[in-house]
Design a protein around this ligand. Structure first.
Ligand code: GTP
Length: 599
């Protein structure tokens, strides 16, 4: 197909405004599937976790053939993107492979924090943005208010707006026409050197590594020899084609196309998302601009519950990294937990997703240590240390002062929730830098807050005090001075290094108490007394005791039902597999997770 008749676009929006649902409608209209998938599931959300949580984590691509009203045939490449603030990175990758974006706005919610954040991203990449009001079928839809916001808050032309219901399919036809009319065709010539931007990759157990790319110039054919410009690695293309829910072999990709290729790639580290692929014949002299390097903001170590699983864990992390370039990791070890990996994540949701993917996709039982942000520690001898692992925190005597990362938080909320939100921000050590009335019903609050305070339960609490109406977006703005201490947790006087955490001094006492209480609930009674203590330096600041108890799980089974007894014993054995020995105390995996949640 002529490049003039190709269109590459993505759908961007605040979380839950209906991107995945709209993508489903597009695919259905294109008759790629004859009927819907299982009731209520989304066609582009492949991962189990995505279906269960109803959120999109990974960007997906799909090629849709379309015949316009005037009979002209087009090829539309749609890239679905996630909406949660942790996955902005995925959004920017999708954006780099497109010329246009549909900015979706929920007709009953209006413009929210990530609507703005995603619009800025699209503008940074010079995309043509079409505003789309979705959910027009809802009785609570307020279209005039949305149009006003599109004009006033977003600075877009309200006359360009399309009106759709992704649920019923209403308006989707006109949206197609708007796409081919308003989104520019890609530029680039098939005859120039090959330049393909890698925007994603994944591992298929049968076919190996599958690279997702957008061709900016040149052609890529099965049999071609290609080179990854960053790693200089050379491979021969075994197959290439496009995404139509499954991979569809084409044998050739041309300038402007979005598709995949397979090249028998064995060394996973050869591929880097954001790298440029070029040909061995007629190579490009310069790579494409690529993406901004992602910076993880929260760090935690992962250990296998069973130390024998270490190698499998390593393989699992390598494979996940292939599909999730934002995950960073290095080897780590702990006295209590043995060998593992120190990992960096984009946020707590990202951490939870990785944890679930390791457990489900690789069937491994793992333990995470308390998550931490990265602190800067200035030493008295003039040295500067970057510390994200509490175990590396130096002796207090040698420290001059420490700094912690701060964010600027933008919160958009209906006016009636302003009071409780301000109290929440104050509790989280926030300092207000602005409060703007967007209109008579909505306020934008801008706060500077320590990242460590926001990472954990801030988002959930914001949602619950505003009944789900407040929206939130943040960016890291730099470091500010802080007063830091290391809280250690001792179990029967043995420090459990994996439970140590760096905390703001004024919060240490309450944090210590909370961790001990949680552990008391989670560690089962054993044949001896267990003391759980929180300590700073040598000082014990909190204590809980678990009294001795011989657990007889079969006690309840009076009578001689042997099979029931056996079942209970089996179950107990299962439970033990998920325990970690620390000194002479067995700590269940659940206890580590519980501490993680108390943050
Ligand atoms: P993330 O992928 O998590 O960012 O969410 P999303 O933007 O993809 O939203 P999704 O498509 O999952 O839709 C969120 C909710 O809105 C779902 O319950 C949909 O059924 C519902 N929804 C989407 N579009 C419409 C619509 O046009 N009308 C109505 N009534 N509901 C809709």
């Amino acid at each position: 197909m002529d490049i003039k008749h190709k269109r590459n676009f993505c759908i961007i929006a605040h979380i839950d405004h209906g991107k995945s649902t709209l993508a489903d409608r597009f695919i259905e209209k294109a008759r790629l599937v004859t009927s819907r998938g299982p009731m209520g599931t989304q066609l582009l959300d492949n991962m189990d976790i995505e279906k269960e949580r109803g959120i999109t984590i990974k960007s997906q691509a799909v090629t849709i053939p379309y015949t316009a009203a005037d009979g002209q045939e087009y090829e539309l490449n749609l890239v679905d993107t996630p909406g949660h603030v942790d996955f902005t990175y995925e959004v920017s990758r999708a954006i780099s492979s497109c010329e246009g974006a549909l900015l979706l706005i929920d007709a009953s919610q209006g413009v929210e924090a990530q609507t703005l954040a995603n619009l800025y991203l699209a503008m940074e990449h010079n995309l043509e943005v079409i505003p789309v009001i979705n959910k027009i079928d809802l009785p609570s839809a307020d279209i005039p208010a949305c149009l006003h916001q599109i004009d006033h808050d977003l600075g877009l032309d309200p006359d360009m707006t399309c009106f759709v219901s992704a649920k019923t399919g209403e308006g989707v036809d006109s949206l197609y026409e708007a796409i081919v009319k308003n989104i520019p065709a890609p530029e680039g010539s098939d005859d120039n050197s090959l330049k393909a931007l890698i925007f994603d990759s994944h591992y298929d157990p049968y076919r190996g590594v599958i690279v997702h790319c957008r061709l900016f110039s040149g052609t890529l054919k099965t049999g071609d020899e290609i080179k990854f410009m960053h790693s200089d690695a050379v491979y021969k293309v075994e197959d290439c084609g496009i995404f139509q829910l499954q991979l569809v072999t084409k044998g050739e990709l041309k300038a402007g196309d979005v598709g995949y290729f397979i090249a028998g790639i064995k060394t996973i580290s050869d591929i880097r998302v954001g790298d440029t692929v070029t040909g061995i014949k007629n190579p490009a002299s310069e790579p494409l601009a690529g993406f901004k390097e992602v910076k993880p903001v929260v760090f935690s170590s992962i250990y296998p519950v069973d130390s024998n699983d270490y190698e499998e864990l390593q393989e699992a992390i390598e494979r996940l990294k292939l599909n999730d370039a934002s995950l960073v990791y290095e080897k780590d070890n702990s006295a209590a937990l043995g060998f593992g990996f120190r990992c960096g994540f984009l946020g707590m949701l990202h951490l939870e997703v990785i944890q679930e993917r390791i457990e489900r996709e690789f069937d491994l039982s793992i333990v995470f240590t308390s998550p931490s942000v990265r602190y800067i520690v200035h030493m008295k001898n003039g040295e500067t240390l970057y510390i994200d692992n509490p175990l590396e925190y130096p002796e207090v005597m040698r420290i001059d002062y420490s700094e912690e990362p701060y964010i600027q938080a933008n919160i958009i909320t209906p006016t009636q929730y302003v009071g409780p939100i301000i109290s929440l921000c104050l509790e989280k050590r926030g300092v207000q830098s602005a409060m703007n009335y967007l209109d008579e019903k909505r306020v934008e609050l801008v706060y500077e807050m320590p990242l460590a305070e926001v990472l954990f339960d801030f988002y959930d609490r914001l949602k619950s005090i505003s009944r789900g109406y407040a929206s939130f977006d943040y960016e890291v703005i730099g470091y500010k001075k802080t007063d830091l201490v290391r809280l250690d947790i001792l179990v029967n006087s043995e420090p459990v290094d994996a439970l140590s955490q760096l905390v703001f001094k004024d919060n240490a006492q309450s944090r210590g108490r909370m961790v001990c209480e949680r552990l008391k609930d989670e560690i089962p009674r054993q044949q001896f007394k267990i003391a759980i203590q929180g300590a700073i330096g040598g000082n014990i600041i909190s204590r809980e005791t678990i009294s001795a108890y011989r657990k007889d799980v079969t006690a309840k089974c009076y009578g001689g039902d042997i099979s029931r007894k056996r079942k209970l014993l089996e179950k107990q054995k299962e439970g033990k597999k998920r325990m970690k020995m620390v000194g002479n105390v067995e700590i269940p995996q659940q206890a580590f997770l519980a501490v993680l949640k108390t943050n």
